[in-house]
Write a protein that binds this ligand. Structure first.
Ligand code: 13P
Length: 249
């Protein structure tokens, strides 16, 4: 459930961004120009969370991390716990991004543990789901999405949750899903979420850019975008926010 149903434009910086670049980005971006209809969020790397948090809040921009560990504290060298993210000003945490699933080998059980720990400490997960090209070609997209969403079975219902549908083959490739594919898949994701009792906001991700943002955000069932590459530059990210504002108003 997410009581905030404004369109959500979130920028996932992945492993990009040094302090000087973050400052230059914030100088150039300025305030969220459409706070009444569009929520803007940024998920920079861990090292930038604290340095950016105060200024982003003043700019009307929500803050999130890209990952979290599920234990509270202790001997887990290199890990970051939910309370540390809260301490750095985070409201969101991205979970289950395809790069973590495929490169780091994260599985649904681990993602479920991270989700539970996030809720326990007041973070809102942005749960990423999506099929590979091979899975789409095999016609098993919906089966894969159902498996990924099954981690919500038995989870509490009154928890904040955003879901991002990111077809793996559209991430960082410049290829976006067609509007028909987006509408059809988002309808399926919404119906699965309803079946599981979660009225989550559903974003689209995968090569969203200023040139295609309006068309994608206007698709039925799309409530925002999770933007990778185009969120690194203030002007392209701003153009996407403005496209979202145009569609929303
Ligand atoms: P790109 O926008 O660079 O394709 O990345 C999408 C993504 O993975 C956001 O989480």
């Amino acid at each position: 459930m997410n009581s905030d149903r404004r369109t959500f434009v979130a920028g996932n910086w992945k492993m990009n961004g040094l302090l000087d670049e973050a400052k230059a980005f914030m100088d150039a971006f300025g305030r969220n120009p459409a706070e009444d209809v569009v929520e803007v969020g940024l998920m920079p790397p861990f090292t930038l969370l604290h340095p950016m948090s105060e200024r982003l809040a003043a700019m009307g921009i929500s803050l999130g991390a890209q990952n979290v560990y599920y234990e509270d504290k202790g001997a887990f060298t290199g890990s970051i716990c939910p309370m540390m993210l809260r301490d750095s000003g985070c409201h969101y945490v991205i979970l289950g991004h395809s790069e973590r699933r495929s490169i780091i080998g994260e599985n649904n059980a681990q993602i479920r543990s991270k989700m539970t720990a996030s809720w326990l400490h007041g973070l809102e997960p942005i749960l990423c789901i999506g099929e590979t090209l091979e899975q789409r070609e095999q016609g098993i997209t919906n089966t894969i999405l159902t498996e990924q969403l099954a981690i919500l079975k038995g989870a509490p219902k009154d928890v904040p949750l955003t879901v991002a549908y990111e077809p793996v083959w559209a991430i960082g490739t410049g290829v976006t899903a067609s509007t028909d594919q987006i509408i059809e898949t988002h309808a399926f994701v919404h119906s699965e979420l309803q079946r599981l009792g979660h009225d989550a906001r559903v974003l689209y991700g995968g090569s969203v850019k200023p040139e295609n943002a309006e068309e994608i955000l206007a698709c039925d069932g799309v409530e925002g975008a999770l933007v990778g590459g185009a969120s690194l530059q203030a002007d392209s990210f701003m153009a996407i926010v403005k496209a979202a504002a145009k569609v929303a108003s």
